[in-house]
Design a protein around this ligand. Sequence first.
Ligand code: SAH
Length: 262
Amino acid sequence: MSGLRIDILTLFPELFESMQTVSLLGQALRDGRMEIGVHNIRDFATGRHRVVDDTPYGGGDGMVLKCEPVVAAIESVRRPGGRVLVLSPRGRRLDQAVVQELSGESQLVLVCGRYAGFDERVLEHTGAEELSIGDYVLSGGEAAAWVVSEAVSRLVPGVLGNPDSARCDSFSGGLLEHPVYTRPPEFQGRQVPEELMTGNHAEIARFRRAQSIRITAARRPDLMARFEAELAERRDAEAERDRAVLSEVLDAKDRGDGTRSC
Ligand code: SAH
């Protein structure tokens, strides 16, 4: 049985052909861990010309996607318990916590807009939520639906070969990921940190954790504030080490060299 089904509603289904074949997502579909259906909204339009858009009431630029075909498309693919998400710059902003939440659903229906967007009554009638991938405007929801599909698929059980990879990714533990290296050990005079060459897994894990804290402190004060608040509550052995790294970072900042801490 498949863990998650994603149905994408779009006027340009051909944009998703390669998404379904490459990389982890393609493999997950072949293994049956996920299912993706891509549907053309135009197939749900009626009349000889299968019109999907019309001019806006009240004037203004761009064409508006009509209620009838979009609602018919949503109602045709939506399953009981399915969650309908209309991609829109006005929506709730996607982040890893939202991705986590969506990965637990049985079905996501991702509705891609074009032109000036949807007639507002599509949202009212279907109870769909709006989801944004960031504060910028795309020409269509397709790239956004691809982003959502890739991010969510990484968290579907069995999609990543090693489930620990997702646990260590940036944001998952509230921190950015540490830097990674591969062969050769020296490139143009730059060495791989010697801590990674010791073969001592506990030491390597501590080194990487400290690097994660440093890089997050240097780049993302917003994430760091949350990390510090959570750290104050933690009593585990790792918390002690995290506090030690944090106080070094703060000392370095006081000395004025905080930005070079990673
Ligand atoms: N006039 C609309 C934008 C229309 S852009 C507005 O300002 O709100 C056309 C389509 O691109 C939208 O319907 C939406 O599906 C998609 N889109 C654009 N930016 C997006 C974003 N940041 N996140 C998700 N979808 C986006």
